[in-house]
Design a protein. Structure first.
Length: 434
């Protein structure tokens, strides 16, 4: 199994890695410099003490009677070296290019007064011995066993605490830097020109405040641009109704003929299309309707009873027991558009009320019609898109019904999705957060 380490893809990971590596390297260099300076200072002090201690100890042993020297050895022994009252081990002559600093210090301390021989002693722990002879001819051996400069027990603890502090500071810095970008990305994802724009908080660092202000200004411009275009569409559609009405009046005074009937049908289609255009333009600004609290079950019962009074096959199943704060006219228009589509293509419609796994309110409009091709389920939400290839407005409509429903659902804070039922037919589901 092989492991491949690649450059992280997220900005947070990249910044964290850069900060962490740079801080650890800087901390490592600082720690190394401090440790090296401490090592040099400790070594210098140790070698200085070694020279004084060895010269003093040898002078004491040289002046003591031979029979008292053994009793003094425990007082003179140190952690890294000791004194032997014999010729020591033979060992190997110490090479001139590999003389330890401790051996040099001993030679400097005793070389002027005693004939000194330095030898390396092989073994599990390699060490060396310094051989010399006292004034009375007695041999003395200094057995030196070098060891590393001791490290204080608290030093690794401090190092770990410093690394933990670096990790914490890196995490905090990255989170502080990424949070405004994440908030901006979330605002862009939820940007909806048809709903009331939610301005970003413009507090914080200068760059963050500037980006938030620019985004808020962009939201306003988009909303104003869309409002202007919808006003133009509504104005044109409204103004077209007057000449169409005049043309229909003139057609009524024409003699009965096939051309008169064709002209009348064309004018009726134009009038219907103009009304749908006005309705679509108004649906874009459906959020202007005031919100009211309604009993959803009673609201749906009223809608279904109205259809049943017109002898339409519309039924309702399920109860929600929810008092919903919504825009009732917009919600009613959505349901009417969906039910009318179901009646047009299937002859019947069924409303089903429930809740989703996320706790959202679910209202489904089900039919047993032919359904919609999977690749067209999203496109039918677009204005003036009709599924029928014949493009016949008598059966295909204007292509605005679902677009109007989609706009109004967004205006009331919900979502509309279409799907084909496994048993056949279409399911139009409205989800509204509670």
């Amino acid at each position: 199994m092989s492991f491949r380490f690649g450059w992280p893809r997220t900005l947070a990971s990249q910044l964290s890695l850069i900060f962490l590596i740079s801080l650890v390297c800087a901390h490592g260099l600082s720690f190394s410099a401090q440790f090296y300076e401490r090592y040099i200072s400790a070594r210098t002090a140790m070698l200085g003490n070694l020279e004084n201690d060895v010269s003093t100890s040898v002078a004491i042993l040289d002046r003591l009677p031979a029979n008292e020297r053994a009793s003094w050895l425990p007082r003179l022994d140190r952690q890294n070296y000791r004194y032997l009252l014999n010729a020591g081990e033979t060992g190997e002559p110490m090479r001139s290019n590999a003389v330890p600093m401790a051996a040099t210090s001993i030679a400097d301390a005793l070389g002027e007064h005693y004939a000194l021989t330095l030898r390396d002693i092989p073994g599990l722990q390699k060490h060396f011995q310094a051989h010399l002879t006292l004034a009375d001819g007695s041999p003395i051996t200094i057995d030196v066993r070098p060891s590393m400069v001791p490290v204080a027990y608290w030093l690794p603890v401090v190092l770990v605490l410093q690394l933990a502090l670096l990790l914490g500071c890196t995490w905090f810095a990255v989170r502080l830097a990424i949070r405004p970008l994440t908030r901006l990305a979330r605002a862009v994802e939820t940007l909806d020109p048809n709903a009331h724009p939610t301005p970003l908080d413009e507090t914080g660092p200068t760059e963050v405040a500037h980006a938030a202000a620019a985004f808020n200004e962009m939201q306003k411009r988009i909303a104003e641009y869309l409002k202007e275009r919808m006003q133009i569409l509504a104005a044109i559609s409204h103004d077209l109704q007057t000449p169409i009405t005049r043309m229909k009046l003139r057609a009524e005074f024409m003699e009965d003929s096939a051309d008169r009937d064709k002209l009348w049908n064309d004018l009726s289609e134009m009038e219907h299309l103009v009304r749908e255009g006005v309705a679509y333009a108004r649906s874009v600004h459906g959020a202007t309707e005031a919100s009211h609290r309604i009993n959803l079950d009673a609201f749906l019962d009223s809608l279904v009873f109205d259809y049943q009074d017109m002898h339409k096959q519309v039924s309702l199943s399920g109860k929600s027991a929810v008092v919903l704060d919504t825009r009732p006219h917009a919600l009613r228009r959505v349901l009417v558009n969906l039910v009318d589509n179901a009646l047009k293509f299937a002859g019947s419609a069924q409303l089903e009320v429930g809740s989703t796994a996320n706790g959202e309110l679910s209202i489904k409009v089900l039919d047993n019609g032919p359904g919609i091709a999977e690749d067209e389920l999203v496109q039918v939400m677009q204005p003036f898109y009709r599924v029928e290839s014949s493009r016949n407005r008598g059966t295909g409509g204007t292509g605005l019904g679902l677009a109007i429903a989609q706009q109004l659902v967004v205006a009331i804070g919900g979502s509309l999705t279409l799907s084909n039922r496994p048993e056949g037919g279409l399911c139009a589901q409205i989800k509204i957060g509670l």
